[in-house]
Design a binder for this molecule. Sequence first.
Ligand code: GTP
Ligand code: MG
Length: 223
Amino acid sequence: MPKSYSRLLGIVGKPNTGKSTFFSSATLAPVDIANYPFTTIKSNHGIGYVRTPCVHTAFKVIDNPRNSLCINNSRLIPVSLIDIAGIVPGAWEGKGLGNKFLDEIRRADALINVVDLSGCTDSEGHLCAPGENDPIEDIKFLEKEINLWILSIIKKDWHKISRISEVESKDLYDLLADRLSGLAISRNHVINAISSSGLNPKKSTKWTDDNLLTLVDSLRRLS
Ligand SMILES: Nc1nc2c(ncn2[C@@H]2O[C@H](COP(=O)(O)OP(=O)(O)OP(=O)(O)O)[C@@H](O)[C@H]2O)c(=O)[nH]1
Ligand SMILES: [Mg+2]
C-alpha cells in the first residue's frame, strides 16, 4: 500500500492508560501491555483499517481500488498508527522519558489522547485509588506539554526569526512555516494562528513569551 495514501494517527497520553491496548486492537499487532508505567519505550508502528460501505455499489460500477481494499462491498481504508511512550507532566523539559519521542508523531495528521476515565492512575501512571486522579487534568496537561514542545522548537530560532522579519522585512509567515514544516504546520496555519491570536506580524520582536504561547496554542488547534 503506498504510504502517501494513508493518514497518520499518533496515540498519546500519560503512561499506563491503555495506549498499546488500543493500538493492538486497531492493528492486531502483538505488543507489550502491562499494568505499570513505561511498558512502551520504543514506539510501535502499524496499520489499522477504517471500514465503510464502498461507493461502487451506489454508482453501480465495478471498481478496482489501488488506494484501499474493497471486500464484500466494504471499503477498508488504511490508517497508519504510532503508539508512543507515555508523556508525563514536565516531559517538554526532560521529565520521564523526555520529549524526544514526540518527534515521532510530528508528522501525524491527528492525535488520539487515551485517558483513564476511572481515575485509577496518577499523573505519572502509577496506580492509585479509583477517582483519586482527575481525568480532565490528563487532557489539559497533554495539551500543555504539546504546546510547550512546539514552543521550544520555535524558541530555538525565535530571536533570529523575529529580527530578520522586522529588520530585513522578510515574510514572517514564511519564516515560521519553514521552522515548523516538520510538524506539518503550513503557511496558512501560521497566517490564521497569528491573526486569531491578535498579534501584529510587523512587530514580532515585541512579542512576549505569553504571546508566543497563545500563538502556539492556536497553531496546535488549527493544524
Ligand atoms: N479496565 C481497563 N483496563 C485497561 C483498558 N485498556 C487497557 N487496560 C489495562 O491497562 C494497563 C495498561 O495498558 P497499556 O496498553 O500497556 O497502557 P499504555 O498506555 O500503553 O502504557 P505505557 O506504555 O506504560 O505508557 C494494562 O493492564 C491493560 O490491560 C480498559 O479499557 N479498561
Ligand atoms: Mg504502551
